[in-house]
Structures are given as C-alpha cells and as structure tokens.
Design a protein. Structure first.
Length: 298
C-alpha cells in the first residue's frame, strides 16, 4: 500500500512529520531561523511534489520511490543545524567517561589494533563506506524483482531507523572521539582509500553531532534483519559487512563503544517498532483518503 488516495506513502508521511517537528524546534530555538526553515521547507516541498507527481509517469514514480535516499541525507544535515541551537549541552565527557568505566582499555585496544597498519585502516574505510551502498543495493534489487510490498517495508524501516537515531542526536548531542581534521592523516593513517573516505564524509556528513546512538551500527544490523529472509544467499555477506561497519565505527575514531551498544539497542527495537509505525502512518493516510471520498460523495 505504497501510494494511497492522498498520494503519499507511509514513508513520505513519516519524513514530513519529522520535518514538521524539526521546523517547530528551529522556529523556537534557532537564533536565525529563516534560512533553516526555508531549507526544511524546500526538503518538504520536494517530498510533496514527488508524491503528487508519482502517478503521472513511470519515471516520476521511480523518482518518488527513491526520494528517501535524498531525504534522509538532507534531513540529517539540516538536523545538525537545529540540534546545535536547540541543545547546547555536549555529552562527549559523559560518553567518554562511560567508555572508561564500562570498557576499560577496550576502546584504546580497538582503535590501536595491530598498530593501525595502513592496509587495515583502508579496509575499515571501505567497510564504513559500504553503509551507504548496502541499502541502495538491497532496495534496487527488491524493486527490480517487482517485490513492491517488500520494497515499501524496507524503505520505511530504513528511514524510520535513521530518523529515530536522529532523535537520539537531539537528546544527547555529541561529536564522538573525532580527530581534528588537520590531524586525521597522521593520527588515523591509511592510504588513498582512507583519504577519500575522509573527504567524502566532510561533504556528506555535515552534521557532526551524530555519535549517540551509532546509526551505522543500528542500520547495519537492520540491513541484516531485513535481508535475512529475502536474500538467503547474501546472509553471510550481510553479516560480515555489518561486523565490519561496527568495527570501523570505533576504529576510525568516529564513535565511542557505548554508542555501539546504543545502536544495537535501537536495532533490536526496530522489529517491534517499525511494523507498528508503518501501520500507523498507513492507517492515518487511509483514513484521510476515506474521509475525502465520503466528503466527495456528499
């Protein structure tokens, strides 16, 4: 039930609800809200326009169905601007202290594994970057196979996981154990692959208050869960990539270990939360369509 009578999918409505909350927060807390509100409005307008255009041509339908790829990135970036204004507390000292008290030397051993050879850092960079590729590959495969309902559920669940992790950033904004940009090459090491990843992250991840929970951990586990039944031949590969993504999140000095456990907790909730959220947004949309139909008959 992707496209309903009002033209919106459950994923559209979920993103618009988040944007509405974000706009309200920006208007209330940001010292210069107009540019932020215009950005939020532009993202919302693209989602609305693609939804209304989806039924016109097959190409417009494809654009709409994959619009969440753009949506979650754009929402992530603008969220950082609002978070920085709405919540001035930074949780890094608390998270770092938790790492020391709960895990002792583990974080240092993790980040210093094998003396941080360049080849391991490059492999970790590739694994970290795979986080952006895996959902696209799974989604495109479902789409090409004509598994419409599975595709809609996959997209909704992935977007819901993203947005719930963003809520965590609102509540406990933290930079993570990031290395200053001018020190990255020396302290993190690696070769051309690692340099390429760092350049990519500088452009793609403008919101750096994204440590807790680890969205990379949550999403990588959600990918395993969603792909387990539909892609049995890919199970081992999905597990290996998920393990690699989790390893790289700490090894590349982007997350505290406690962030990883928070990401695991979020992923564990999604099999229970996602179907209920999806049903609620679909039911809401269906009710709106039926109300419109009744009004029309009157």
């Amino acid at each position: 039930m992707s496209m309903l009578r009002d033209g919106f999918s459950a994923t559209d409505r979920l993103q618009l609800a988040y944007l509405g909350a974000l706009a309200t927060l920006a208007a209330a807390t940001h010292p210069h809200p107009l540019p932020v509100l215009l950005t939020i409005g532009a993202i919302a307008l693209l989602i609305v326009t693609s939804a209304f255009s989806a039924s016109r041509t097959p190409r417009a339908r494809v654009v709409h169905d994959f619009m969440p790829v753009f949506g979650v990135i754009a929402i992530f970036d603008v969220s950082g601007t609002v978070i920085a204004a709405a919540n001035t507390q930074r949780w890094d000292p608390t998270l770092a202290a938790l790492d020391r008290s709960l895990f002792g030397a583990l974080p240092d051993l993790w980040m210093g594994l094998l003396g941080r050879p360049a080849w391991l850092t490059d492999i970790a960079s590739i694994l970290y970057a795979s986080y952006y590729v895996i959902p696209v590959v799974l989604g495109v495969t479902l789409y090409r196979r004509g598994l419409r309902r599975e595709f809609d559920h996959f997209v909704f669940t992935v977007v819901a996981t993203f947005l719930l992790s963003y809520v965590g950033y609102w509540l406990m904004p933290a930079y993570g154990p990031r290395v200053p940009v001018h020190e990255e090459a020396v302290r993190l090491g690696g070769g051309a692959v690692s340099e390429g990843l760092r350049a990519f992250l500088a452009v793609a991840e403008l919101n750096q208050l994204d440590a807790f929970p680890s969205g990379h951990t949550a999403l990588s586990l959600v990918f395993v869960w969603l792909g387990w039944r539909r892609f049995p031949r890919w199970r081992l590969l999905l597990v290996l990539f998920a393990a690699g993504i989790v390893f790289s999140a700490v090894y590349l000095s982007l997350h505290y270990v406690v962030d990883i456990f928070a990401g695991v907790a979020l992923a564990a909730l999604m099999p229970f939360l996602a179907p209920r959220l999806e049903h609620w947004f679909e039911l809401d949309s269906t009710a709106a369509g039926r109300s419109g139909a009744v009004s029309g008959r009157r």
